[in-house]
Write a new protein. Sequence first.
Length: 416
Amino acid sequence: MQRERLGRLGRRGLLQGALVSGLASGLAGGLAGCATAPRRGAEAANLVPIDARVDRIADVSVCVRPFRPAGPRVEPESLGDTLVVHNYGHGGSGWSLSWGSSTRAVRLAMQGSPRDVAVIGCGVLGLTSAILAQRAGARVTIYAREQLPLTTSFRATGEWTPDSRIALAHVAAPDFADVWEDMARTAFATHRGYIGKPGTPVEMVDQYAVSDESSFGSRILNGPSIDFASYGRRIADLMPPWQPVSPDASPFEATSVSRGEIMMFNITEYTQTLMSQFHQAGGQIQRADFQSPAEIAALGKKVVINCTGYGARALWQDDTLVPVRGQIAHLIPQPNVHYGVVYQRVLAVPRRDGIVVQSFEGGEAQGYGIAAETIDRDESVRAVMILAELFAPGRWRGSGLQAFLTPTGRHSMRHA
Ligand SMILES: Cc1cc2nc3c(=O)[nH]c(=O)nc-3n(C[C@H](O)[C@H](O)[C@H](O)COP(=O)(O)OP(=O)(O)OC[C@H]3O[C@@H](n4cnc5c(N)ncnc54)[C@H](O)[C@@H]3O)c2cc1C
């Protein structure tokens, strides 16, 4: 049962479970004799360490998750002669659920087999809706204030996190869990189709959850918790379960280490792939900044898919949209690092365009209700310094690169 529970942990579960309650530590003890774990642990000994240094922070970006307590809005609405299908409000799961949510939206939009479809918004929901509408036979024009590289979508971490801040458990309708599962399964299957494509838009990588009980102290349970819905166990069959790594074989000097696999989105490459697919199928993009639904009706289109993300709060007066601020830092890319780590409420994801580092120091309520997209560089600096503890000389037991103390006491890395 413990093993099953670990296998079902998503990113949220890991942060709450493995890092906060020490669940992984207990599991590692209980499953140390498991046949596969030591082998994977031995493989882990060949890992290259993440060069976690503040002076390697190449970029810090911040954005707002478009969170709706009831879950994303995917439904039709008549606006005079125009059928509007809404497809917004995906919280921290927009990339993950994109293809599934857009499949539902496009099904609604294509019921009358329109020849022309307008999509408002060019984030991940807009582009996936547009591509699916093209595949269904429509000519598609995207109208957007910003194209994908300037949107919230481009500033996401890039992990398969289909139930991250997707709804509040006590607000979501009773049938939402079924809808969510349908979206998650459709999206997962479609993302999988991008694995191995040129540019590696999507790939599977290992991720380690490392905990060090002696340093839990003040970092646990800081901040109020929020009743976010959690549906991960409904799709537990999609990914292999997490496994404990035996302390002897682990490259991390820590009380407990476990390993799972994650689906990772290389956002830069995935964006380019989606944009080219859309253009190659004859799609057009026009810049537009709509102030009201009436301006959308004035386009004269029979069918419009509304994928405006947090923008729907102002455009559609949807006051149920709650901003949830999030920030990531990019460390300079390390092409030979192919694994992610969660350690003391810090997540590192090995994207091809740079190691993405994200802090969850405020717990799950972090950023809730905050719409300001102001960069807090110190937050990222603290996160990188916590990661640096994990890879410091004396703690890191892997190979590939070795750490050496400089005369100033600061460590640097060079090839062994
Ligand atoms: C720090 C952070 C990390 C994240 N990590 C992940 C992750 O790892 N995995 C995951 O699945 N999700 C993640 N997310 C969530 C994900 O980024 C969002 O759910 C997703 O980007 C929402 O996409 P969207 O297309 O709905 O909105 P957006 O990307 O915001 O796109 C909205 C589009 O609508 C346009 N628009 C808005 N208003 C108007 C208007 N009035 N007129 C014209 N155009 C308009 C915008 O210009 C834009 O083109 C993360 C979010 C944050 C903040």
